[in-house]
Write a protein that binds this ligand. Structure first.
Ligand SMILES: [Mg+2]
Length: 248
C-alpha cells in the first residue's frame, strides 16, 4: 500500500453540502429525548461546532435549575446516542433538500485522480449523520473515505476531530500524511491549526471570506466552483513540506 502524502479532510455542512434543516431537527429532537425540554435552538450557534458541543451549548442555554440535572460526560454520550438514533429515522428526509456546494463533485473527482491524495472527513457530525448527508448527495461511496476521518462524537474542542483523523490516517498508513482541512467557519480554521494542519476556508457556509481570512486560514476561496483551486492548494502543501524536509 502506498502512503498518500496529502490528506484532504473535508468539513461537511456548508463546505461539501447544504442539508436544509434536517440536521437541526435531529439535534433538537435528540436534545428533547434526553432532557425532556424543548431545545433552545435559537440561543445556540451551530456552525463549526461538533454535535457533542452543540448538545452542551443547548443544555447551558436552559434555565440553571433545568440544566443542573445534565452534567458531565454521561450527558454528552446520551445526546450522541440520541442523535445517532434520530438519524436512523430521518436520513431519508435529506434526499429532497440536500445539495452539494458549487464545484464539489468536480473537486472531489479532481483530487481523486491524484494517487498521492487521500480524502476523508473532519466533521462535527456524528458518523451516521455524516454518512446520511453524503449519501443524499451521492458522495458516500466514492473517493471520500468515511472509514478514516474524525467525527463530533466525543468531548472536547473541535481540534479533537482533527486529531482523530490524524490517528486514523496514521493507523492505516503508518505515518500521517500532510493534512489539509477544508471548512466554512473560523472554528474549522482554529481546529486545523491546533491540530497541525493547513487550513482552507471556503465561504459557502455561514462565514464570509473576510472572516475566514481574519481567522488565519492559509487559503480562502469564495467557493470551489473551479476544481483547480484545491488541486493547487494540495500541490503547494506538498511542495512546502518537500522543501522543509532536511537533506532533500
Ligand atoms: Mg461547516
Amino acid at each position: 500500500m502506498t502512503t498518500p502524502r496529502v490528506a484532504v479532510c473535508w468539513d461537511v455542512d456548508g463546505t461539501l453540502l447544504h442539508g436544509g434543516t434536517v440536521g437541526r431537527d435531529v439535534l433538537a429532537d435528540a436534545f428533547t429525548a434526553v432532557t425532556g425540554h424543548p431545545a433552545p435552538m435559537e440561543s445556540v450557534a451551530m456552525g463549526g461546532r461538533t454535535d457533542w458541543l452543540i448538545g452542551e451549548a443547548l443544555r447551558d442555554a436552559l434555565p440553571d435549575e433545568d440544566a443542573a440535572a445534565f452534567r458531565g460526560d454521561d450527558f454528552g454520550h446520551a445526546v450522541i446516542a440520541a442523535v445517532t438514533d434520530q438519524w436512523g429515522r430521518r436520513a431519508g428526509d435529506l434526499a429532497a433538500v440536500a445539495r452539494t456546494m458549487p464545484g464539489i463533485p468536480e473537486t472531489v473527482a479532481a483530487l481523486a485522480a491524484d494517487p498521492d491524495v487521500v480524502q476523508t472527513l473532519t466533521t462535527g457530525n456524528v458518523r451516521v449523520g455524516a454518512r446520511a448527508k453524503l449519501t443524499a448527495v451521492g458522495l458516500a461511496d466514492g473517493p471520500i473515505d468515511l472509514g478514516l476521518g474524525g467525527y463530533g462524537e466525543g468531548p472536547g474542542a473541535r481540534v479533537r476531530v482533527v486529531e482523530q483523523a490524524r490517528d486514523a490516517l496514521a493507523g492505516r498508513y503508518g505515518t500521517a500524511p500532510i493534512m489539509v482541512v477544508v471548512g466554512d467557519t473560523p472554528l474549522d480554521v482554529e481546529a486545523a491549526h491546533r491540530g497541525g494542519a493547513v487550513a482552507v476556508g471556503v465561504a459557502t457556509g455561514r462565514s464570509s471570506a473576510a472572516e475566514l481570512r481574519a481567522s488565519g486560514a492559509e487559503h480562502v476561496f469564495d467557493d470551489l466552483a473551479d476544481p483547480g483551486r484545491l488541486v493547487a492548494v494540495v500541490r503547494s502543501a506538498r511542495e512546502d513540506r518537500h522543501a522543509a524536509e532536511p537533506g532533500r
